[in-house]
Design a protein around this ligand. Structure first.
Ligand SMILES: Nc1ncnc2c1ncn2[C@@H]1O[C@H](COP(=O)(O)OP(=O)(O)OP(=O)(O)O)[C@@H](O)[C@H]1O
Ligand SMILES: [Mg+2]
Length: 237
């Protein structure tokens, strides 16, 4: 469903060129649950923002559901984004001017759903993340972890075909993180394809497949000495 071939992303300023992704290859099949790991600055968020059509890329090819994404204009890109992609991102998160209920409603508006059904789905989703008592709160009136959970409720309510999550448990305590992982597993069982960036080895281990990124490239974990060193360090710490 999501296939990138020899993809590159270069950030250019007047003084430097940064390759955030370089000859990057990935093939995520429909219905897969993939965890993406890698050191800070390795290109994980860059990969997700390109995958979610929030950013363009510099070279290579990206096919989403068999469509060559580089040929799409802004309108076509946002239509695909709204109809089939759900995001749980740190930066691209809640709309500050909308309260909790309205934030969760956003993706449903694109699906031509009746008001009663929308309300039902929103309430169900907020209940599942334990925020049914915060409907009228604005994002600024919530803790970081609560904001994260609203984003998860929004993804749950919208039943996206492709869910992209960037450190979905980053702001949460261990127990809440497990709860979120269970919700993601529910969304997966309901048929969604999930790509989740995480630093948490316990969460990564629960995905069907792990993809490791170093210096903007996917690497084979078994053949990567640096990763083995990292693993050894984290299992002793
Ligand atoms: N807007 C930008 N302008 C210039 N360089 C950027 C920009 N965004 C990202 N980069 C660079 O691209 C590289 C990859 O960044 P990215 O955010 O994808 O890393 P990451 O793997 O998500 O890291 P982390 O685990 O810390 O979130 C970094 O070296 C970063 O400095
Ligand atoms: Mg990141």
């Amino acid at each position: 469903m999501l296939k990138m071939t020899h993809l590159s992303k270069v950030y250019r300023t007047e003084v430097v060129e940064t390759y955030a992704l370089r000859d990057f290859n990935i093939d995520v099949k429909e219905g897969e649950f993939v965890a993406v790991t890698g050191p800070s600055g390795s290109g994980k968020t860059t990969f997700l923002t390109i995958a979610g059509l929030l950013e363009t890329f510099t070279g290579g090819e990206y096919m989403l559901d068999g469509v060559d994404v580089s040929g799409l204009n802004d309108n076509a890109r946002s239509k695909i984004r709204n109809e089939k992609i759900g995001f749980i991102f740190q930066a691209f998160n809640l709309i500050p001017d909308l309260n909790v209920f309205d934030n969760v409603e956003v993706p449903l508006r694109y699906r031509g759903m009746k008001a009663a059904e929308r309300k039902q789905r929103i309430m169900d989703a907020l209940e599942r993340v334990g925020l049914a008592s915060r409907l009228k709160h604005y994002p600024a009136e919530l803790s970081g972890g609560q904001q994260q959970r609203v984003a998860i409720a929004r993804a749950l309510a919208g039943s996206p075909r492709l869910l992209l999550a960037d450190e979905p448990t980053g702001n949460l305590d261990t127990q809440m993180a497990r709860g979120v992982m269970e919700l993601l597993e529910d969304i997966h069982r309901e048929g969604a394809t999930i790509v989740m960036v995480t630093h948490d080895p316990e969460l990564a281990a629960r995905a069907q497949r792990n993809v490791h990124i170093i210096d903007g490239q996917e690497v084979d974990i078994a053949e990567e000495p640096r990763f083995q060193a990292e693993q050894a360090a984290s299992s002793h710490g």
